[in-house]
Design a protein around this ligand. Structure first.
Ligand SMILES: Nc1ncnc2c1ncn2[C@@H]1O[C@H](COP(=O)(O)OP(=O)(O)OP(=O)(O)O)[C@@H](O)[C@H]1O
Ligand SMILES: [Mg+2]
Length: 259
């Protein structure tokens, strides 16, 4: 898949210490904070992003961000993809066309938020990325994949697909951390996925294998920060680490049942 670029907002001035012409500048980003509906949103975005990077998933990168000196308020800056000279179909937009799945669509295909024909095209063009993302979402308890990805559909297999928004997964799959952990302990959570019936079993198997063989140290490095992150205590962070390891063991069954 081609490189996903991010959008430069401004070039400021040459960096004084640089010997190779580097410039200081700004990138565009979507700044996300913790919210009453997702009290661990920032932490969960950060963890999901780090896990996704380790696993080689097409997810827009994000970084922790702060504004004021001494401020404790942490944001997650989702770096805006450079979309201007690309031809992305916006699966994040509402679809009011009310198009039914065609007769040749697989039974049980997810059609609640529309984009049905584009989803079918997506599964033809990007079977690997689509299957990888679906398995990852089941692992991290992400029921919020509908309307949270974009993809080029006009460039054959040479386009880009990228996912955004993991702020309703992990310790933010419900408003509260405890309720989220409780759900993550359930082997049959999540209950649906927008790519269900569209995944390729071979690629799904590859991602199950990647996750199953992910070393504990890598999961720990993504989940445990030795400091409170927003409202997420170190005990919560370890609890997430433990439940992710537990969920690795049930992942194949969940994939078989749901996808
Ligand atoms: N890195 C990115 N690159 C391009 N577009 C992005 C990026 N991050 C977010 N967006 C756009 O901004 C929208 C809002 O972002 P996001 O989904 O993360 O917010 P949210 O508050 O969690 O929304 P919701 O819960 O309604 O899905 C996305 O639907 C997408 O269109
Ligand atoms: Mg969203």
């Amino acid at each position: 898949m081609p490189v996903l670029c991010y959008q430069i907002a401004a070039r400021l001035y040459p960096n004084e210490r640089s010997t190779t012409g580097a410039e200081d500048g700004h990138l565009f980003a979507l700044l996300k904070q913790d919210h009453p509906h997702a009290k661990a949103q920032v932490y969960s975005e950060l963890v999901a992003n780090r896990l996704a990077m380790f696993l080689g998933l097409p997810v827009a990168m994000g970084v922790p961000a702060k504004e004021n000196i001494g401020s404790d308020e942490l944001a997650f800056a989702s770096l805006r993809a450079h979309e201007a000279d690309q031809d992305f179909y916006d699966f994040t937009a509402d679809d009011h066309r009310a198009i039914e799945p065609p007769d040749n669509a697989p039974d049980g295909m997810f059609s609640d938020v529309g984009h049905v024909e584009e989803l079918l095209a997506l599964s033809q063009l990007y079977p690997k990325e689509l299957s990888f993302l679906a398995v990852f979402d089941l692992w991290i308890g992400n029921e919020d994949r509908p309307l949270n990805f974009k993809a080029e559909l006009s460039k054959g297999e040479r386009g880009i697909l990228f996912a955004v928004d993991h702020g309703s997964s992990l310790l933010a799959c419900r408003a509260n951390i405890d309720a989220s952990l409780e759900l993550l302990h359930k082997e049959n959570f999540p209950r649906f996925h927008p790519f269900q019936k569209l995944v390729n079993p071979m690629f799904a198997g590859q991602m199950i294998e990647r996750i199953a063989s992910m070393p504990d140290w890598a999961i720990e490095a993504a989940t445990v920060y030795n400091d409170i992150v927003g409202k997420v205590t170190i005990a919560d962070q370890y609890a997430l680490y433990e439940v992710l390891i537990q969920r690795k063991r049930h992942l194949a069954k969940l994939v078989e049942y749901l996808l």
